[in-house]
Design a protein around this ligand. Structure first.
Ligand SMILES: C=C1C[C@]23C[C@@]1(O)CC[C@H]2[C@]1(C)CCC[C@@](C)(C(=O)O)[C@H]1[C@@H]3C(=O)O
Ligand SMILES: O=C(O)CCC(=O)C(=O)O
Ligand SMILES: [Fe+2]
Length: 382
């Protein structure tokens, strides 16, 4: 797919000033670093979001279904029906649910959070050894000044690839050691183990989602076997003007399924019934949400939901986001059971690499990403 012509049709992402031009000085990319003294009271204008997108104070709490996986994991068919029923109700309404008794060691989760602190508290120059390159989705990024010209998110991120393929057992460790040096070997091993746990949990959830949609336990589990997913560490430093900016802007995840662990600070918000709702942190629960790619796989039966992250003026907030993505060669096509004259195809066939490139090079993911991508694919059908 030649994606070149997208650039002219969509609100393209700001291109950083050409080096050496006069804009360089005026538009020197904004970079902030959590370890710098927090004395900035006048927020740079690029971090100030439009009034209609600014955070609201004290949103109501979203009562999210708590899906207990213990029974299903022990083979109890009644528990399986209960769990898939709860998921179905949540996914038809807003696409978010919590999973508990998931079997993942709390020490692994704590290690992952601790290593995240270690990374983001490094001097900026060291973090920039893993600097995300233009058009690529892996690496370290600080608020994306080179990518966007306004509505910059108040966060630093570190993203890397995970492959469930048995020959890729060292992918995470090798990437982190290559970028950051061999002192990151343990960091890499912990995140390789964390991502394997996330991948296995994703496949369990895919079994239940398959059951809930009437396509059987193995349909989506096999589709995401050997997944080629993305792990993202979100680090949100305190902000002196938290009511003017956002940690992560309003969006639907373009990926298939997100398994998120937020720390105790809280800040994740979901847009349901025309209102923003907070999701209260729960160390023992993972927040799970459907992404755009799974919405296409389900032929629109399940919703990819609008959400965002707000910041505060007291504490750093962290979240671990595992984004499930199918192997590169998998074609996203809904099972035949989900397509008929009553429910005709809504989205075109596509592969995840096509959609990912769209979000990285030509369109800032928001609440319309899948529709924009669909329109472009249909316009460019050669
Ligand atoms: C495929 C992806 C693009 C973003 C990361 C992700 O892996 C899934 C979520 C996407 C994102 C977080 C949605 C909001 C806008 C965004 C630019 C961000 O704030 O980070 C998105 C990510 C991206 O780097 O494009
Ligand atoms: O940090 C959070 O709670 C949400 C982050 C998010 O939505 C994302 O990274 O896609
Ligand atoms: Fe998200």
């Amino acid at each position: 797919m030649d994606v070149g012509c997208i650039t002219n049709n969509l609100p393209s992402i700001a291109h950083p000033p050409k080096h050496g031009t006069k804009e360089d000085k005026e538009d020197e990319p904004l970079v902030f670093d959590a370890s710098l003294p927090r004395h900035e009271h006048n927020l740079p204008k690029q971090f100030i979001w439009p009034d209609e997108e600014k955070p609201c104070l004290n949103p109501p709490e979203l009562v999210v279904p708590l899906v207990d996986l213990r029974g299903f994991l022990s083979g109890d068919p009644v528990a399986a029906m209960e769990a898939s029923g709860l998921m179905s109700e949540a996914c038809r309404k807003h696409g978010f649910f919590l999973v508990v008794n998931h079997g993942i060691d709390s020490r692994l989760i704590s290690h992952a959070h601790r290593f995240m602190d270690d990374f983001f508290e490094l001097p900026l120059s060291q973090k920039q050894r893993a600097q995300r390159k233009k058009g690529e989705h892996c690496g370290y990024a600080s608020s994306f000044p080179g990518r966007f010209s306004s509505k910059l998110p108040w966060k630093e991120t570190l993203s890397f690839q995970f492959s469930a393929d048995k020959h890729s057992k060292n992918l995470v460790k090798d990437y982190l050691c290559e970028k950051m040096g061999h002192e990151f070997e343990q960091f890499g091993m912990v995140y390789q183990e964390y991502c394997e746990a996330m991948s296995n949990l994703s496949l369990v959830i895919m079994e239940l989602l398959g059951m809930s949609l009437g396509v059987g336990r193995t349909c989506f589990r096999e589709f995401f076997d050997n997944n080629n997913s993305i792990m993202r560490l979100n680090y949100y430093p305190p902000c002196q003007k938290p009511d003017l900016t956002l940690g992560t802007g309003p969006h639907c995840d373009p990926t298939s399924l997100t398994i998120l662990h937020q720390d105790k600070v809280g800040g994740l918000q979901v847009y349901v019934d025309n209102e923003w709702h907070s999701i209260t942190p729960n160390f023992n629960a993972f927040v799970v949400n459907i992404g755009d790619t799974f919405m296409a796989l389900s032929n629109g039966r399940y919703k990819s939901c609008l959400h965002r992250a707000v910041v505060n003026n007291q504490k750093t907030r962290k979240s671990l986001a595992f984004f499930l993505c199918p192997r590169d060669d998998k074609v996203v096509t809904p099972p035949s059971e989900l397509v008929d004259h009553v429910s005709p195809r809504i989205y075109p066939d596509f592969t995840w690499p096509m959609f990912l490139e769209f979000t990285q090079k030509h369109y800032r993911a928001d609440m319309n990403t899948l529709d924009q991508f669909t329109n472009w694919v249909q316009r460019n059908k050669s």
